[in-house]
Structure formats: structure tokens, C-alpha cells
Design a protein around this ligand. Structure first.
Ligand code: M6R
Length: 364
């Protein structure tokens, strides 16, 4: 049931601190500050590449995972949407791990990609929420997300739990591959353990975000920008807004702005800039200034340090607490979800059952 929430989506957004905490506890031993023994039953020291695929929001989770695996474990990741992957006949090496991400475990294109990799003799790992699903059954290794049933068609808690698993696996892989020290493992585990606390703080921004959403519900188009791990979040933000509010939205890597989308910017275009004060911050902020110089109405999502460092007068600034870089993609997802949710509520759409969409896409 929805409890005292208006929609399942709202309930599922608010469940995140708890379900992320459950999911992380499956992979991390907080008291020892270590990856749980046996949590990642894959020998990542023998894996030389990850071939990943998924659809929609699960694909964006995989895209964040690519940044983590490559940075933390120095393990290259090829990732593609499953509808392309399945027909691409990509050459796969025997030492590749095939990795799939799916809430339902039934998505037709993802399942077909999994079967293709299996036929090629690869070991199959799947991050999946529904334990009894077809993908779970057909995988060599199942990495569960413990998000609980997700009812809203727009994926919310499944996404942040997928990210929690991916981050944990990247740390496990880094440990097995010797790219992080024991001390770095302890630090990363401690940082990941703090996600639920930061997620709870992010939820406290809801009243402000609802106010911004009221204004956003008046516009026709929205652009989302981000760099590094915030780039997939820009894509996810745009998907979330378009699927439930029907407002046209696009997500771009901030550096791509001047390669085309900047032509769209005028006084009627809100530009949502996702920019924690991380190693990409200065670059993203300079793209934000270019957008603002063309009249774009900037909504900056940043932290206290980022807000202080940026002198530009924005339309709105959403300020999160400062947090470790590795967890920003998970925590910054919450304001992005709330923005889409409240905008859709102002638009009066059917938030949990948006038009033309199904919760599980079992036909290609
Ligand atoms: O069940 P799956 O995770 O495999 O589903 C993948 C996509 O269909 C799904 O994430 C879709 O994009 C959602 N509507 C996004 O909110």
C-alpha cells in the first residue's frame, strides 16, 4: 500500500535511506570496514573487461558503474543499451565478465543480451531486484538489490540500490585487483556507509524542490547537464522528468553543450546543472556560465562549497551537504527524483502509471 503517500513513487523515493542501507549491508561489513567475504563471488583479478548492458534507468546506473570500475578498480567497462548490444555481435573475450542491470529481471532486450553472452561462453553476473526473475535464474552470479517491490513505473529506489551494488562491487574489484590498499578499502566502505544519512538529509530539501517544481511545470523544455559521474545523472534526470511530466527534457555531458545544444538556450530554457564540488566542478561551472550568458535559467544542484565557489546568480540553487565524491551520484539522485515527481504532480499526470509506459518491458 501507499501508506500515507499520494503515490507509490513518492513512497519509494522516501524509502531510499532504508533500502539503500539494507542493500549496502549485503555487500559491506560496516563494523570491520571491509567488503563482506563472499559478497562478490567473482574473481575480478582474472577479469580483464566488463561488458555491461541494460535499458532505461538501469542503463544509466551501469553508466555510473563504468566510472567507478574504471577509476577504483582500473577495470575497463564497455556499456551499451541492451537493444543495441544484442544485435551488435560485439567481439567478447573469454576473460570478460558480462554484467546486466535490471529491476524486473524480465526486460526483453536485456534478457536477449544475457543469452547472447551466455552462448558466447561468458560468465554472467546480474544486478537484479526481483529474485525469482528469469534473468536471476539464468545468471551465474546474482547480485541482489534489496529495494523491495517497486510499483511506480518510474524507477527510483531500484536505481539508487543498483548504484549501491555497483559501488560496492567496484570496491571489491579494486581490492582483488590490488588497485586500492586496505586503508582505501576501509575509507570507501565508511564513505558508502554514510549514504543513508546523506539521503535522509537530501529528502529534507523537498519543500524547496516542490516550490521549484511549481515553476518548472510551466515550461516546455528542460536541459540537464553534468560531468563525470554526474553525466549519467543528467541523463537520468531528463528521463525521469519526461516520462512522468511529459515535459521535453534532454540530458547532456556538460562539455557537449557547445557542440550543439547551446543553440537551444534562450530565456525560456531552464538548465539544470548537477555539480557537486568535485574534480569536475570548475569545468561544469564554466559550461553553466556559458548557458547563463545566453539567458538560460539555471537551477544549480551543488553542495555548500560549490554554492560558495560559484558567483553566478542562478534562478535556483539546491544545496546539499558536502560529502565524499564516491557517493555523490547516489545522493544527488534524490533531488532529481523529487523535482520530476513534484513537477508531474503539478502537471496533474498519472504519476505511477504514465501514459504509454509499462513497468516491465517484456517485448522488444
Ligand atoms: O526492469 P528493468 O530495470 O530492466 O527496466 C528497465 C527500464 O525499462 C526502466 O528502467 C525504465 O526506463 C523506467 N521506466 C525508468 O524510470
Amino acid at each position: 500500500s501507499k501508506g500515507n503517500h499520494r503515490h507509490f513513487m513518492e513512497k519509494e523515493i522516501h524509502e531510499q535511506p532504508e533500502v539503500i542501507s539494507h542493500t549496502l549491508a549485503n555487500y559491506l561489513d560496516f563494523s570491520k570496514g571491509m567488503i563482506r567475504a563472499g559478497a562478490a563471488p567473482v574473481d575480478f583479478s582474472k577479469v580483464d573487461r566488463i561488458a555491461a548492458s541494460a535499458c532505461g534507468t538501469a542503463y544509466y546506473a551501469g553508466l555510473v558503474g563504468k566510472y567507478w570500475f574504471e577509476h577504483i578498480a582500473r577495470l575497463p567497462v564497455d556499456i551499451d543499451v541492451a537493444s543495441e548490444f544484442r544485435y551488435r555481435e560485439m567481439p567478447l573475450s573469454k576473460n570478460s565478465l558480462a554484467l546486466f542491470v535490471s529491476q524486473s529481471g524480465e526486460t526483453a532486450d536485456t534478457l536477449a543480451s544475457l543469452r547472447y553472452c551466455k552462448q558466447q561462453g561468458l560468465s554472467i553476473g546480474t544486478i537484479v531486484n526481483v529474485k525469482e526473475s528469469t534473468m536471476a535464474r539464468e545468471s551465474n552470479t546474482v547480485f541482489p538489490t534489496l529495494a523491495g517491490p517497486e510499483v511506480g513505473v518510474a524507477s527510483t529506489k531500484a536505481f539508487t540500490c543498483q548504484l549501491s551494488v555497483l559501488a560496492s562491487l567496484a570496491v571489491a574489484a579494486g581490492k582483488m585487483r590490488g588497485t586500492i590498499t586496505d586503508e582505501e578499502e576501509r575509507r570507501l566502505v565508511r564513505e558508502l556507509s554514510e549514504i543513508p544519512r546523506y539521503a535522509t538529509q537530501a529528502l529534507k530539501l523537498e519543500a524547496q524542490i516542490e516550490g521549484i517544481s511549481r515553476e518548472l511545470s510551466q515550461v516546455k523544455h528542460v536541459l540537464y547537464l553534468g560531468r563525470g559521474t554526474s553525466y549519467p545523472l543528467a541523463l537520468e534526470g531528463a528521463l525521469k522528468l519526461k516520462e512522468i511530466s511529459y515535459i521535453h527534457a534532454e540530458g547532456y555531458a556538460a562539455g557537449e553543450l557547445k557542440h550543439g545544444p547551446i543553440a537551444l538556450i534562450d530565456e525560456s530554457m531552464p538548465v539544470i546543472v548537477i555539480a557537486p564540488h568535485d574534480r569536475w566542478f570548475e569545468k561544469t561551472i564554466s559550461n553553466m556560465q556559458e548557458a547563463a550568458a545566453r539567458g538560460g535559467k539555471i537551477i544549480l544542484i551543488t553542495d555548500e562549497k560549490g554554492a560558495a565557489a560559484s558567483t553566478l546568480k542562478t534562478w535556483h540553487t539546491i544545496v546539499l551537504p558536502e560529502m565524499p565524491e564516491v557517493i555523490t551520484p547516489i545522493v544527488y539522485t534524490l533531488p532529481i527524483q523529487m523535482l520530476a515527481y513534484h513537477t508531474a504532480v503539478f502537471m496533474g499526470t498519472d504519476v505511477d502509471q504514465p501514459r504509454n509506459l509499462a513497468k516491465s518491458v517484456t517485448v522488444e
